[in-house]
Design a protein around this ligand. Structure first.
Ligand code: SRM
Ligand code: SF4
Length: 549
C-alpha cells in the first residue's frame, strides 16, 4: 500500500486554523447551497455537516437540479446537561432555522437538520447567545465527552460529571476560527494566540471519543470509546478512574482489515491532575502514531493494536512521567435509562422521558417547551438517546406531572422498545445503505407479539439498528444488532451481553424483515425453553450459538 498521506491531511494543515475558504464559501458562492470541497471537511470541525435530502435526489436529478443541500448542526454539550433557557433557545432556533426536528444523539447532545447555508451564521450566533456552541462536535478532534446520566443523583455524580466539562475544555482546539467565521464576522483573530501544542496544525488522524461511566451503570457504552474512564467509588468517595483505550465500532463491508474493538483497560489514576494528564497524552500518542494514510484504519483502536496494549501503555507512561496504578475492581449491572420518576439524596426529582431513537416528536417537543417555560428543571441528554428532566424541587413536581398528563406523555412502551436504539440513516445520512430510525419502530412493533407469545414483554433485551456498518447506534454491543447492508437488508448480530462488555458477532448475513422475524421467533422460543436461571438473552445466544461457531 502507498504511504501517501490521506488528502484530508493537507486540507487540515493548509487550513489556517480551520478557516480555509469558509467565509468565501458562505459570503460569495450564491450559486450553490454547498460550501467549497475542502470547506466541506473543515466545516465539520465547527460541528456542521453538509447533507442533502436523499428522498428527493431522484426527483431533483430528473429536473436536472443540483442536490438540495442543507446542513446539520450538532452541539457540543459535555455530559449532556443544559438549562431551561438553553432548551427554549434550542427549540426556538430549530423552529426558525431548521426543519423543526430535534434529534438527541447517542452521544448526549442534540442535532438540528435542514439548515440552509445562509442560516448558519444566525443559527450559531443564536446558540452563542444561549451559551451553547458546536465547536469540535465533529472533525478529527476530541468530540462531545459523555458521562453516565442521572449525574445529579448523588454528590459524587456531580463531581464526576464536572470531569466531562474539564476534559472537553482541555481538549478544545485553540483556533478562534469558529468565532471569526460564524460569530464575529469582520473581526480577525491574532494567529499568535492560536498556537496549539496538542493538535498542532495537523489535528488528530481521525475523530476521537471519550466517555466516563459511573458503575454500576454503563449507559455510555464506555468500552466503545477511544478513551473510556470508569469511575471507581469506595465508601462514597471518588478514588479515581480506570482508563480503557482503543474502543471503536466501525467496520467497512468487504474490508477485512477493519473491525470493532472494545477498549483495553491499561491502569488506574488516583488524582484529577494525573487523570487529565493521562487523557491529554493519550491524544498525543494517537496524534503521533495514528495512521494518516488510510482513514479506514486511522482510529486509535488500530494504533493500540499496532503498538500492542503494553507498548501503548509504555509510550503513554513515558509521556506522562508516572506509572499508571493497577486496574481497580468494578461491576456493571445496568445500561438502560431509569424511566419515569426518581428522587436523589437531596430530595430533588428527575423524570426520564423515553424519546424513541432520539427523535423528539411534535407532541413531546411541545411538552418540553412548556416544561422549559416553567424554568424549574434542567435538561439532560442520555447516551441512550433519551431525555431526563432534572433537579426538580419537591414543590414543583406536581407542575410537571400536570403537563405529563395533559400532553399524554407517560405512555406504556415495551421493555424492548425502551431499550432500542437506531441511528439517523435515511434520508439525511449520506452513508446510509438502509433505513434505521425510520424503520426500527416498525420492526419492534412486529417483534412485540412474539415477545408476548413467550411472555418476554418485560425482558430488557437491547435491540439496535444502523443503516450502515459505521455503528452510530452502537449495534455491535446490542443483544439483537442489525446493520444495514442494502435497502431492506441487515446483517443480524448476536451474542452481545446486556451491559456492553462483549461485542456481538455476525449471525446471519443480509436478512430481510421476514427472515429477521422468523429468526427472532425461533431464538426467543429457544431462549424461553433452554436458558439458565437469570441468564440474559445475550448471554444465552452467546453460550448456545455464537461461542459454538
Ligand atoms: Fe456517527 C458518521 C450520525 C454516533 C461512528 N455519524 C456519521 C454521520 C456524520 C455521516 C457522515 O459522516 O456524513 C452521521 C450523520 C447522520 C445524520 O444525518 O445526522 C452520523 N453518529 C451519528 C449520530 C447522530 C447517530 C444517532 O442517531 O444518534 C451520533 C452522533 C453522536 C454525537 O453526538 O457525536 C453518532 N457515530 C456514532 C457512534 C456511537 C458513539 O460514538 O457512541 C459511532 C460508533 C463508535 C465509534 O466511533 O467507533 C459512530 N459515524 C461513525 C463513523 C465511523 C467512524 C470510524 O471509526 O470509521 C462515521 C463515518 C466516518 O467517520 O467516516 C460516522
Ligand atoms: Fe449514517 Fe451509518 Fe451512522 Fe447510521 S451508522 S448514521 S447510516 S453513518
Amino acid at each position: 500500500m502507498s504511504d501517501k498521506l490521506s488528502p484530508i491531511e493537507a486540507i487540515k494543515t493548509k487550513s489556517d486554523g480551520l478557516r480555509g475558504t469558509l467565509k468565501e464559501s458562505i459570503d460569495l458562492d450564491n450559486h450553490t447551497g454547498n460550501v467549497r470541497p475542502d470547506d466541506e471537511t473543515l466545516v465539520k470541525f465547527h460541528g456542521m455537516y453538509v447533507q442533502d435530502d436523499r428522498d428527493r435526489r431522484a426527483e431533483r436529478a430528473a429536473k436536472k437540479l443540483d442536490k438540495l443541500y442543507s446542513f446539520m448542526i450538532r452541539l457540543r454539550i459535555p455530559g449532556g446537561v443544559i438549562n431551561a433557557e438553553q432548551w427554549l433557545a434550542t427549540h426556538d432556533i430549530s423552529e426558525e432555522f431548521g426543519t423543526g426536528t430535534l434529534k438527541i444523539t447517542t452521544r448526549q447532545t442534540v442535532q438540528l437538520h435542514g439548515l440552509l447555508k445562509h442560516q448558519l451564521r444566525p443559527t450559531i450566533q443564536a446558540f452563542n447567545t444561549a451559551k451553547l456552541d458546536s465547536i469540535a462536535a465533529c472533525g478529527d478532534v476530541n468530540r462531545n465527552v459523555i458521562v453516565s446520566s442521572h449525574p445529579q443523583l448523588s454528590n459524587l455524580h456531580q463531581e464526576i460529571y464536572e470531569y466531562a466539562d474539564k476534559i472537553s475544555t482541555l481538549l478544545l482546539p485553540k483556533t478562534q476560527s469558529y468565532y471569526e467565521v460564524f460569530i464575529d464576522g469582520e473581526k480577525i483573530y491574532e494567529r499568535s494566540s492560536e498556537a496549539d501544542p496538542l493538535y498542532e496544525d495537523r489535528y488528530l488522524p481521525r475523530k476521537f471519543k471519550i466517555a466516563i461511566a459511573i458503575p454500576p451503570s454503563n449507559d455510555v457504552d464506555v468500552f466503545t470509546n477511544d478513551i473510556g474512564l470508569i469511575a471507581i467509588i469506595e465508601d462514597n468517595k471518588l478514588k479515581g478512574f480506570n482508563i480503557a483505550v482503543g474502543g471503536g465500532l466501525a467496520t467497512t463491508h468487504g474490508n477485512p482489515n477493519t473491525y470493532a474493538r472494545l477498549g483495553s483497560i491499561i491502569g488506574f489514576t488516583d488524582t484529577e491532575e494525573k487523570t487529565l494528564k493521562a487523557v491529554y497524552e493519550i491524544l498525543t500518542v494517537q496524534r503521533d502514531f495514528g495512521n494518516r494514510v488510510d482513514r479506514k484504519l486511522s482510529r486509535m483502536k488500530y494504533t493500540v493494536d499496532k503498538l500492542t496494549v503494553e507498548g501503548f501503555k509504555k509510550e503513554l507512561e513515558s509521556r506522562i512521567g508516572f506509572d499508571l496504578l493497577p486496574e481497580q475492581p468494578f461491576t456493571f449491572t445496568e445500561r438502560s435509562d431509569r424511566f419515569g420518576w426518581e428522587q436523589n439524596h437531596e430530595g430533588k426529582w428527575f423524570y426520564t422521558l423515553f424519546v424513541e431513537h432520539g427523535v423528539v416528536k411534535p407532541y413531546q417537543k411541545q411538552f418540553l417547551y412548556e416544561v422549559a417555560q416553567l424554568k424549574i428543571s434542567n435538561f439532560i441528554f442520555s447516551g441512550n438517546q433519551n431525555l431526563i428532566l432534572g433537579e426538580i424541587a419537591d414543590d414543583d413536581k406536581a407542575k410537571i406531572e400536570e403537563l405529563l398528563v395533559r400532553h399524554e406523555i407517560d405512555k406504556h412502551d415495551s421493555a424492548l422498545r425502551k431499550n432500542s436504539m437506531a441511528c439517523v440513516a435515511l434520508p439525511t445520512c449520506p452513508l446510509a445503505l438502509a433505513e434505521a430510525q425510520r424503520y426500527l419502530p416498525e420492526l419492534v412493533t412486529k417483534i412485540e407479539p412474539i415477545l408476548e407469545k413467550y411472555n418476554l414483554q418485560n425482558d430488557e433485551i437491547s435491540i439496535r439498528m444502523t443503516g450502515c456498518p459505521n455503528g452510530c447506534g452502537r449495534p455491535y454491543v446490542a443483544e439483537l444488532g442489525f446493520i444495514g447492508t442494502g435497502p431492506g437488508q441487515y446483517n443480524f448480530m448476536l451474542g452481545g451481553d446486556r451491559f456492553g462488555e462483549r461485542l456481538n458477532k455476525l449471525y446471519k448475513e443480509k436478512q430481510t424483515e421476514a427472515e429477521i422475524l422468523t429468526e427472532v421467533d425461533q431464538l426467543l422460543g429457544r431462549y424461553t425453553k433452554e436458558k439458565n436461571e437469570n441468564e440474559t438473552f445475550g448471554d444465552f445466544t452467546f453460550r448456545k450459538i455464537i461461542s459454538q461457531n
